[in-house]
Design a protein around this ligand. Sequence first.
Ligand code: URA
Length: 248
Amino acid sequence: MERLQKIIAQAGVASRRKCEELILAGKVEVNGVTVTELGTKADPAQDIITVNGKPIKTEKKVYLMMNKPKGVITSASDPEGRKIVSDYFKGVKERVYPVGRLDYDTEGLLLLTNDGEFANLLTHPRHHVPKTYLATVKGVPHGTELDKLRKGIQLEDGMTAPAEVEYKDVDPDGKESVIAITIYEGRNRQVRRMFEAISHPVIRLKRIAFGDLLLQNLKRGLMRSLTKDEVNRLIQLAKSEKKRKGTK
Ligand code: URA
């Protein structure tokens, strides 16, 4: 559900301000009923919204996942002229944007959508949606060091929530190792900072799962639509994680 003036403005009818005036002037109907309250919410996918008797064109909701290569920035623009993710979805006609962020040097699963409610649900810190990464780190952390990450470790912005951590591969000469880590938060550079805190800096970082959605064999730089079932499962997961963990 979104505010009516936002839906109408996004449909390209007029500016947000002008849309508010149209509502106040009684020019807007939702499912045949005139709405003059500015706080009114509607569902652009379900409700029939008209302005001056004409139905508005609402954008279809799209949900995509991409395998972001490293060396690409998740923001909409970059003053330094580096590659940005939107370079990869020029063929997508809807205005999609990333759900959360991945660092410039991090690769892997990135969700993209034009559904603001879906993006908020998945990224809200209270919803504790798990994200799993494969971290190639310097050296081989001792089990007791990984236990610190499992329990929660002090970073400069506070303790981390408990994480799930597992060895995946260890270089025989001990130079580096691959660790799978699942975190339930999304702080800035969190995984990198967690491994720095145990003195095993990250060499390579790849997100392989978002909730129960797996990157699998999606090729680097490519994207695909999520199925309805995948979208619904992510929504259910975010809602149930919120209930299970309670609020902070
Ligand atoms: N943690 C990081 O350190 N970087 C990311 O891009 C995502 C999680």
